[in-house]
Design a protein around this ligand. Sequence first.
Ligand code: HEC
Length: 256
Amino acid sequence: MRDHPFWQAILVFIAAWILVRWGIPYVPPLVGISSAPVPTSVELQYMLTVLVGILIWVSDNEVRWKRFKEPIRNVMVQPERKWMRVAFLVAIPLLVAFVTYDTVRPKVTAPVGLRSVHPANPTSITVDGESIILEGLENPFRAEGRGDEAYALGLDIYYQNCMACHGDYLDGQGHYAHGYNPLPLPLRGGGTIAQLTESYVFWRIAKGGAGLPREGQPWNSAMPAWEDFLTVEEMWAVTYFLYEQAGISPRTWEEH
Ligand code: HEC
């Protein structure tokens, strides 16, 4: 079998497929993914090229071409290979049917598209039946110089409610954090709340993942809507606490 062109062709084809499928590292133009399988369309193109190459090679020489066709011909005409013909007759339509079914069947996958981590906030929100206009709004604790009070209250609230996800160190590494996608955001450092006004952070705390507008909608953010569990005052206090604890100051309205 080893020097029969038919089996050699099959062997080369399988080897090429393994190489294309698993041997070639493909780096997609997406941040955060270092390598991924070659896309199916590219895989198909490569395999077609390989097939053409193999056919050129087997048909290049008259003797080799004849030997190559032999096993195919045998299956098609020999009376004692009838079982094989029947098997192919059943297997091929079944395979086509399965592939067709697999491509058209509805699948549950996350919608593709880039998620905006900080989508624009709504102009006003309603919390506890009260309408709050976010534009120009400041943390009442900060505005009234009641920072110490806010810190003490916010600290309790944070460690009772937020630590499991956002972490002891506010670094987004809470015990439950790794179970979520998107991950709970770190509240420390320059990347998240340092860029935001306190009213924005208040809105995110009050309305959670469910309150995100379309462009920020990952459809599966685990961030709870804290308006269901905390009072308006408590949410302002925990907002104050986040900035104090992280050692950063909120973006102010004057900077706009
Ligand atoms: C069940 C896990 C979970 C808990 C508990 C939780 N969060 Fe979150 N939080 C998330 C996730 C996940 C995100 C990122 C996705 C998103 O923005 O909705 C997030 C995002 C945030 C953001 C947005 C930060 C930014 O830069 O946009 C703030 C602020 C926040 N959380 C504050 C809190 C506070 C305060 C608490 C406690 C009162 C809390 N979180 C409790 C999971 C959680």
